[in-house]
Design a protein around this ligand. Sequence first.
Ligand code: AMP
Length: 285
Amino acid sequence: MKVISTIKELQSTLKNLHQSPVGFVPTMGALHKGHLSLVNAATSQCPLVVVSIYVNPTQFNNKEDLRKYPRPLKKDLSLLGKVLRNNDIVFTPDDKEMYPAEDKRIFRFGNLDNIMEALHRPGHFNGVTQIVSRFFEIIRPDLAFFGQKDFQQVAVIKELVRQNRYKVKIAVNPIIREPDGLAMSSRNALLEPSVRKNAPVIHKAIYTASVMLEGKDIPEIRDYVRKTIEKKAGFSVEYFEIVDDKKLVPVSSKKQMKKGNSYYGCIAVRAGKIRLIDNIEFQLV
Ligand code: AMP
């Protein structure tokens, strides 16, 4: 694989390699098996893959979170070396390269701006779309790979592609979990041991909630999730919403759910000092 850190070199390399389809996997590094599943999906479908490693400052609404974000570049490159091929590219730009001037663009996403992550992390998706649109315009990938783990992000990126008429297909890959059910995340490494021990409660609670849908209605299910998780010391639920997978409109009763439509229960939890998100499909049977 080639490691490239300037846009100029990246674009001339892409031009010289002249391969298609080009696959793109954006990451902020601190790679785990969730990221690698996206990279493997990309290499299986694309003869040329670009993986970016860039901790994008504009998507952090919390300065401390940005400062603490893990950046084990050497380890990341060694992991990617095992799954990427000779021609594939790891793009590792710095802030000056990605933001030569302040990015003042404001993106609007309708209902997606008024729920869940958008409410609890103001400005987060604006930062995500600033950087992803920059990458799309620099790399011009045919396929871009995202994780279902960031459920609302996928909806935002699809809307970004629609609004800007980007010619990129968005591929979504399932959540990769630790053996105890905790969704893999670069932030898991920052959990205190006692918090890490209790963190599987998040997946357990939303999984049980998805099974409860058969006999119970949504207010009771939401109550169950909050109470179960908040029994653990240091855990508090920021939100838990059951939303449809297209417009992400929350449903407050089973009567609002339509058979054949897809729904996801999405959760954000403060686990000690760390914020974790997860989601699971809710099927009406
Ligand atoms: P990040 O480095 O956190 O920005 O994530 C880069 C990409 O990896 C995003 O598309 C995430 O949704 C995806 N991702 C992160 N964690 C997981 C996971 N546990 N399973 C699948 N994809 C993931």
